[in-house]
Structure formats: structure tokens, C-alpha cells
Design a protein around this ligand. Structure first.
Ligand code: FES
Ligand code: FE2
Length: 375
């Protein structure tokens, strides 16, 4: 007999202290019903990074993305306000905007040519004159809640669309005062976007997050290069309400290109529940946004930022991106290996290192709370 979804969720004990805790069970990574429930709860309730602010600098700039399978468009209007909509035409549901990003003076559906203003109002409906009881004013694009923090635009599918100030305040509350205070020290405004790289992995999105949150446990084994500049013994792990900060003092290593691109006194690795990470070194930041595609396919969007993005610094910046790329490839292989193991009948759950894996413990408990509440 098939085990019910509530039984699967109750297999995890969120009350066990770290020294007694296990990971979430393998079924959470392999059962479609959990994936569906995550989309309905975790990814609908939480604020999700949808765009970089620099992509939406001018009136008419837009980006498209998907959150929990929902097509989304975010656009800067002629009044300079940012707005988010479901990217779903009110006629027969085609995606209205089809490029990843661009600039437009209106939004025109490619299927039958309906046009919407940048504020989402339905303006043009070719060959629609004889249609009765049809009110254009009620057929604009459906808005979604968006808010801005620092360099990013967030969207929340399940939120109430109110004023921008309200939304920004709700996002700040979601991020948490403890996290915002931490970020103040990062001097984010001095950093500028340089390059984006997108990785696709054959694993559940949580495998990537778990790997990120193991407190450096895998670094000496998997990332010999990165390990050479981190003081592994003094790595620290600090949990907040909905974030984890993993941090390591930096040392001078023996590998030239790693030394040159990973400098400063401390490496700071922030994870924000459920799927956003910020990795900070001196003058360098990369963010990772983990996008579930299917139960066992995940996309991770890396954005690289530097203090100096002038032409003179280009080669140095590219070298730094390439160091990140190599680390990412090492992670990619192990994540896919873990997913195969999670699919095996030989594995149900594993224990956690008290010294290293408190972040993973927090992740699993927050996830449990969201899934339990959605049942
Ligand atoms: S579906 Fe968009 S115009 Fe018909
Ligand atoms: Fe790694």
C-alpha cells in the first residue's frame, strides 16, 4: 500500500536536537507529491528572487521567469514603477513576453496580437468588436506582489498586491532584522554585476542546498583549490531565524589563481531560506539562486559581482568567475551522485555532524514546518 503524504512528512522529527537529528528522509527528494506540496507552500509563500535590479533600470525594461511553474513578467513602467504580473495572456493563455529580458514600450502577445500597457492594462484586442459583455478593464494581466531589497527584485506568488511600500516592508520582515543587519556590513552598493552563469543539475533542488549547508564538511575532500585558502579548522556556522551564515578565515594558499581571486580576511557564505545564497570575499560577491525545474532537475543561476568592473579589470574578473566555475563543477558531480543514492533502496536518511551541519538542520526544520502547515 502506498504511504500517504502526511506519513512521509511525519517520518521526520523536527524536535530532535542536532546531536540526535537525522536528515529529512530520502522520499522527500524522490516523491512527486512532496515536490507538488513544496511548490504550493514553500515556493508560493516565500519571497523568491526574480531579477537583478540592474536588469530593470529604465522604463520598458522587463524580465521573464518562472516561479513554481508559474510564468512571470516584471517590468518597469513609463511612470518608473516596477510591476510584476503573471505572464499569461487573458485571451488564450499564451506567454505574452517570450524573451528572458529586454525593453519594450508595450507588452504584445505573439499569438493573436493582444497588447497590454507596461502597467498591465489591456489596450488592443484585434477583431474583437462583436464580442458581448467583455470589459477590457477587467482583462488586464493579473498582478503579483514584488518588492525590492538592495540589488534584487523579489516576487511572492501568494502575497496580497498592495502598495510598493507595504510590499517592501513585508519583504524586509521575511528577510528578518537579524539578516538585514548582517548585510549592512557587506557594502553591497559598492559592487557591480559582471556576469551570469547558469548550471543545470540532475538532482532535486534540496540536494544542492544541503551540499551548500554542510559547514565546509566537503571542502577539503571535494574542493582542494578552495580548501587551500580557507582555514577549515576555524570555520564557523551561525543560524538565524531563516538564514545561516557559514564563515571561514582566509589564509594564503599555494595555488596562484585561487589566491588572486579569493582574498580578504573572511569568506562569508549566507544562505537565505529556502533557495538563495550570497558568497562574499573581499571585493567579490556571487549569488546563487536555486530554481527547481522538476522533481530531479534543478537550475542554479550564478551572478558574479565585483567592486571594479572596468575594462582594465575584466581579465582578473573573468579569472575569478572561472575559479567559481571550477568549484561549481565539482559540486555538480557530487550532487548528481547523491541524487542517485537517494533513489536507492539502500538509503533512508543520514545523521548530521554537530560541528558542521547545523545549517542543514535548520533548513530541514524550516521545510518541515512549511510542509506540515500546508497539509
Ligand atoms: S493568447 Fe494572447 S492574444 Fe490570444
Ligand atoms: Fe561545494
Amino acid at each position: 500500500m502506498e504511504i500517504s503524504i502526511s506519513q512521509i512528512i511525519s517520518t521526520y522529527n523536527p524536535d530532535a536536537p542536532l546531536a540526535e537529528a537525522s536528515t529529512i528522509p530520502s522520499t522527500w527528494y524522490t516523491d512527486e507529491r512532496i515536490f507538488e506540496l513544496e511548490k504550493e507552500s514553500v515556493f508560493t509563500k516565500s519571497w523568491q528572487v526574480a531579477a537583478r535590479l540592474d536588469q530593470l533600470s529604465n522604463s520598458g525594461d522587463y524580465i521573464t521567469t518562472e516561479i513554481a511553474d508559474e510564468p512571470i513578467v516584471i517590468v518597469r513602467g513609463s511612470d518608473n514603477n516596477l510591476r510584476g504580473f503573471f505572464n499569461v495572456c487573458r485571451h488564450h493563455a499564451a506567454a505574452v513576453m517570450t524573451e528572458r529580458e529586454g525593453r519594450a514600450n508595450q507588452m504584445r502577445c505573439p499569438y493573436h496580437g493582444w497588447t497590454y500597457s507596461l502597467a498591465g492594462e489591456l489596450k488592443g484586442t484585434p477583431d474583437f468588436n462583436d464580442v458581448c459583455s467583455f470589459d477590457r478593464a477587467e482583462n488586464g494581466l493579473i498582478p503579483i506582489q514584488i518588492a525590492v531589497w538592495s540589488k534584487w527584485v523579489f516576487a511572492r506568488l501568494g502575497g496580497q498586491v498592495g502598495t510598493q511600500n507595504q510590499s517592501d516592508a513585508e519583504l524586509a520582515e521575511f528577510l528578518g532584522a537579524d539578516l538585514l543587519e548582517e548585510f549592512n556590513g557587506l557594502d553591497l552598493e559598492k559592487l557591480h554585476w559582471f556576469e551570469r552563469r547558469i548550471y543545470r543539475l540532475n538532482c532535486n533542488w534540496k540536494v544542492f542546498v544541503d551540499n551548500y549547508l554542510d559547514g565546509g564538511y566537503h571542502v577539503p575532500h571535494l574542493h582542494k583549490g578552495l580548501d587551500s585558502v580557507l582555514d577549515y579548522g576555524h570555520y564557523t556556522i551561525k543560524n538565524g531565524t531563516r538564514f545561516c551564515l557559514q564563515s571561514s578565515p582566509m589564509v594564503d594558499g599555494e595555488i596562484e589563481n585561487i589566491n588572486a581571486s579569493r582574498k580578504g580576511t573572511r569568506a562569508l557564505y549566507y544562505w537565505l531560506y529556502p533557495n538563495f545564497m550570497m558568497n562574499s570575499y573581499e571585493g567579490v560577491l556571487d549569488t546563487n539562486f536555486v530554481r527547481p525545474i522538476t522533481l530531479n532537475r534543478t537550475e542554479v543561476i550564478f551572478d558574479f559581482y565585483f567592486a571594479d568592473v572596468s575594462e582594465a579589470a575584466r581579465e582578473r574578473n573573468l579569472a575569478s568567475v572561472n575559479v567559481g566555475d571550477q568549484i561549481q563543477r565539482e559540486d555538480l558531480d557530487i550532487c548528481e551522485s547523491v541524487q542517485r543514492g537517494l533513489n536507492s533502496r539502500a538509503y533512508e536518511a543520514g545523521r548530521l555532524s554537530v560541528r558542521r551541519e547545523a545549517g542543514e538542520h535548520l533548513f530541514h526544520r524550516l521545510l518541515h514546518a512549511d510542509l506540515q502547515a500546508a497539509l
